[in-house]
Ligand binder design. Structure first.
Ligand code: TNX
Length: 510
């Protein structure tokens, strides 16, 4: 199987000295230089041109123009060939799939990339260069000025993710779309959806219909739950794809499986269905490792999930299997992993899976808290040829409280201030882990204490942009003292977008 994720680009170096004082971008681009004395002003006559239009490149231009029409009230026609704002996919392949160059001078804006995805990242930067009011959904007064600049940019890592746990509490398609919109503002490219757990099953599986007929109707606290039909899930996948974000579906196994065990008595060792569960304990459920039916079940589930997901990864969980004897766990993981591979996907799993034999091309998601055992498992995964995504729970977990007064969230991995969530290097956090094995970062959001988007946004913002920057910007550009000024600027954008962000006292909000 062909691996999607490539080695980080190392050929571009940061030039922090050339950074103009007005730069307020997150993530910080690889290089940015001011064009002194030049200012672009978007006028009502402006056009958006697409050079070498393809369906995907035109869709990037259409999305951008549609957004700006709302706030500027300008017609902004999209046309083939050069425009006032030109998007070109004629850039050199040396920019990489996500790289782009952006130039703003007195009269034009040009974004050049090698792919539509690169154009999308460039447009994301352009949106941040415009005044915050450009994000408004209603017409605002100009002027629409951008300081002259040239930017050359490409990501440090190919995997830059955010997770949403829709199992502990269910979130609607509209909620997930908003989550995608907000994450894509920071160039994140992976949406990990935690689709099954003890408390609820959230994705339609036709061959095992009780999962959604029965176990979707449960969630933490006894609320109504819910699930994504195949049509819903396709809508999410497409919405994400239009924003160059890949959905990584997780079916958590062999623990965190009460929803399945409650739906089908025959999956249980004693043949009796468990009751639905609406609490927040972990580690009490397990699939039956020595039953053939367990693997028939997973074969069907992974097949139907694979069919619904164009990305090349299925996450099989593997965390906190405290009710699975360890020898059983070591038997289970390779068998479950083989089924994921059988359906054409790469295996991803929480770092515990690295204790078992893993198929080639696996991805281990590290969620440790600087503890030796978790770090050793990440290294063990790499010894087996796996790649690593970094989600250290004491830094990247968005469900941890900011401080003891935070009204929602948990604190088992510690309190995580904005500075703490930003101040680490994915390449060096785990001692003796080869840097080349790290393919990126992910910020997980578990939702035991979160049942609506306002509280989700409160935990996600302002920490998510920092993790996004760790995934995109060169290590030499990561500096809290300048980051926190750039972050302060983002507050005005969130106000325009109606984001319920936490006004952390560490940040000097404008
Ligand atoms: C641990 S992190 C879990 C989840 C919980 C989370 C709460 C991980 C792989 N498993 O089941 O929701 O803590 O922070």
């Amino acid at each position: 199987m062909e691996a999607t994720f490539h080695k980080p680009l190392r050929w571009l170096t940061s030039t922090a000295e050339s950074r103009p004082p007005e730069a307020t971008l997150i993530p910080q681009p690889v290089t940015q230089t001011a064009l002194q004395g030049q200012t672009f002003t978007l006028q009502s006559s402006a056009t958006v041109g697409v050079v070498t239009p393809s369906e995907a490149a035109s869709s990037v231009a259409d999305q951008f123009a549609a957004r700006l029409r709302l706030s500027t009230g300008f017609p902004l026609p999209v046309q083939p060939g050069a425009g006032t704002i030109t998007l070109s996919t004629d850039g050199p392949s040396s920019l990489g799939a996500e790289g782009y160059e952006l130039r703003v001078d007195d009269s034009t804006v040009t974004i050049t990339a090698a792919t539509p995805e690169g154009l999308f990242r460039g447009v994301t930067t352009l949106r941040q260069l415009l005044p915050a009011k450009a994000e408004a959904a209603t017409e605002q007064a100009g002027p629409w000025e951008i300081a002259g600049t040239t930017i050359s940019d490409a990501p440090r890592y190919p995997y830059r993710g955010v997770m949403l746990d829709v199992s502990r509490h269910f979130f609607s398609v509209a909620d997930v779309k908003r989550y995608i919109d907000l994450a894509s503002l920071y160039k994140l490219n992976q949406l990990h959806l935690h689709l099954s757990d003890d408390q609820g099953w959230r994705i339609q599986v036709d061959s095992w219909p009780e999962l959604t007929k029965y176990a979707a109707g449960s969630e933490v606290g006894g609320g109504p739950g819910g699930h994504f039909t195949k049509a819903d899930f396709a809508e999410i996948v497409m919405y994400a794809a239009e924003r160059f974000m890949t959905v990584v579906p997780e079916i958590d196994t062999p623990g965190h499986t009460n929803a399945a065990l409650a739906s089908y008595a025959e999956l249980n060792a004693d043949g009796e269905a468990t009751p639905l569960y609406t609490g927040t304990e972990v580690g009490f459920s397990s699939l039956t490792v020595d039953k053939d039916l367990t693997y028939e079940f997973l074969d069907d589930v992974f097949r139907e999930v694979a069919e619904q997901t164009p990305g090349d990864v299925i996450h099989l969980g593997g965390d906190e299997a405290h009710s699975t004897p360890h020898s059983d766990y070591l038997t289970f993981v390779p068998k479950a992993a083989e089924l994921v591979v059988k359906h054409g996907k790469r295996v991803m799993g929480w770092h515990e899976i690295a204790d078992a034999d893993l198929p080639a091309g696996s991805i281990v998601q590290y969620w440790g808290t600087d503890d030796d055992r978790a770090q050793a498992l990440a290294r063990k995964g790499v010894t087996q040829g796996a790649e690593v995504v970094m989600s250290p729970a004491n830094r990247a977990y968005l469900d941890m409280k900011y401080d003891q007064d935070t009204p929602y969230g948990l604190d088992w991995a510690g309190l995580i201030s904005v500075e703490k969530s930003y101040s680490w290097d994915p390449a060096t956090l785990i001692p003796e882990l080869p840097e080349s094995a790290v393919i990126g970062v992910e910020a997980p959001l578990w939702t035991e204490t979160l049942d609506n988007m306002a509280t989700v946004e409160f935990m996600v913002f302002p920490r998510l942009p920092g993790v996004a920057e760790l995934g995109w910007s060169p290590a030499s550009a990561l500096e809290w003292s300048t980051y926190k000024d750039r972050l302060a600027e983002q507050g005005s954008r969130w106000e325009v977008l109606g984001v319920n962000f936490y006004r952390a006292p560490e940040i000097d909000w404008r």
